[in-house]
Design a protein around this ligand. Structure first.
Ligand code: EPZ
Length: 419
């Protein structure tokens, strides 16, 4: 099992290139199930979750080739519309094949994903949405079976009880081939939802309103192939902006989309980091003075992203004063706190809130990753901790960050991967 060994105390300087967005690539890959023609997706990050999704699509019957971040997919022959437990248990986003399979192949059998470190993470809203479109859904032996009615899914209005990113994406993909019009109310507005709509429309779908909380989809007979480059990873970009603010120095993050990062940039500026746009898709972060405690509350886009909460909490351990970090999206997303406390941080958890008192000097320690973003939080803490920090189980990180150790080493961090 790989570890990262980090020696803290070095400011960062240089440029960090951002990869394509994992959370855009996953639905985009699933969308290839909606046509028998070739779909080409570019700027696909080479991370574990993407390899898992490619493996799932192959097991369904697609031919999948990857070459230097470009993935070419074609579902031409026989189709096995199933997502088995052994694949789904490693990546819950496998539920994204549910909508496309029911829409185009009339049925799907997908293992229920089960919970993960950050919460129970049910997919009841995905199921309810499909039932609204006429699917008959049964659950048994840990599997969800969804069957479209005779003549296929029928357009309808789906109102999400709460905002769900992959629920919105799943239902968009189910609706594009349904008969008639579908309206998704209280839809997720994340950039990744918008990117999926761009791809679907390139494939011949008729999706309007993506990026707002009301998405309207006019069903069509069939979709054709497309060639699409996915958006940059705003969470990776945000992670590196926070790393730059934490370590100090002068770092640019290139190939990103600044307008996807407005909530984080505002908070980093309030906290005392200097953030500027220095060119097309290039954000620069510098920090020479101290940091000020600055509260955040995670919210659906365009609010402060829950996927940057752990990283930001690490930063607040070095800020002057008391910070209140409120997590409203997931019920158990402070797994990084006990590990940061072992490094010397002063954090108190009260329900959905973490109260951080700073600044507290951090000392390097052996720490354990628990989930993807908590691991990033520990790496960021290691950048300023005195002595050596060993982050264990970095397979969590490798699920969503392409070569994070190499990208940080290139801007001056003392970090190396060991097995
Ligand atoms: C997506 O997960 C992301 N994953 C997550 O990123 C991200 O944290 C999350 O959205 C929130 O932004 C992908 O896009 C692959 P949700 P998703 O459905 O869609 C509850 C990362 O680090 N809910 O928006 O699974 C759910 O329990 C990952 O890259 C239901 O109750 O999240 C949660 O409390 C982690 N029933 C809330 O809604 C449902 O049917 C938001 O979940 C669906 C969700």
């Amino acid at each position: 099992m790989d570890k990262f060994v980090i020696s803290g105390g070095k400011p960062l300087s240089g440029d960090i290139p951002v990869s394509g967005a994992k959370n855009s690539a996953l639905p985009a890959l699933a969308a290839s199930l909606l046509t028998s023609e070739t779909v080409v997706l570019r700027r696909i990050p080479r991370v574990k979750d993407i390899r898992t999704m490619m493996g799932l699509l192959s097991s369904i019957g697609a031919s999948v080739e990857e070459d230097a971040g470009t993935v070419t997919l074609r579902l031409g022959g026989a189709v096995t519309p199933e997502a088995p437990y052994e694949l789904v248990k490693t990546m819950r986003a496998s539920s994204l094949v549910l909508g496309p399979l029911v829409a185009r192949h009339g049925r799907a059998r997908v293992s229920m994903p089960g919970g993960c470190a950050i919460g129970a993470r049910p997919i009841n809203l995905h199921v309810q949405g499909l039932e609204h479109l006429g699917a008959v859904v049964t659950q048994s032996h840990g599997y969800i079976e969804a069957v479209a009615p005779e003549g296929g899914l029928r357009g309808s209005t789906v109102h999400f009880d709460r905002i769900t990113v992959t629920g919105t994406e799943d239902l968009m993909m189910a609706a594009v081939l349904a008969k008639g019009e579908t309206v998704l109310e209280n839809a997720a507005r994340e950039p990744e939802v918008q990117d999926l709509a761009v791809l679907l429309n390139k494939m011949g779908a008729r999706v309007e309103g993506a990026g707002t909380s009301r998405i309207r989809i006019e069903g069509v007979e069939a979709l054709h192939g497309a060639d699409h480059a996915i958006i940059p990873d705003r969470i990776e970009a945000g992670t590196f902006l926070i790393a730059g603010a934490m370590a100090g120095g002068d770092v640019t993050v290139s190939g990103c989309e600044p307008e996807h990062l407005t909530a984080l940039v505002a908070k980093l500026r309030q906290a005392g980091a200097e953030i500027s746009t220095v060119g097309e898709g290039v954000l620069r972060v510098r920090r020479s003075g101290g940091l000020r405690a600055t509260d955040i509350t995670t919210e659906e886009h365009p609010g402060f992203p829950t996927d940057l909460q752990a990283q930001y909490l690490a930063l607040m351990t070095q800020a002057e004063g008391i910070s209140f970090i409120t997590e409203t999206i997931f019920e158990n997303r402070f797994m990084h706190a006990p590990e940061l406390q072992r490094m010397g941080a002063s954090i108190r958890i009260e329900g959905r809130q973490a109260i951080v008192a700073g600044p507290r000097p951090l000392s390097g320690a052996q720490v354990m990753s628990s989930d993807l973003r908590a691991s990033a939080s520990l790496v960021i803490a290691g950048l300023v901790a005195s002595g050596e920090t060993i982050v264990d189980r970095v397979y969590h990180l490798d699920r969503g960050y392409e070569r994070m150790d190499e990208k940080l080493a290139r801007v001056g961090a003392t970090i190396r991967r060991t097995s």
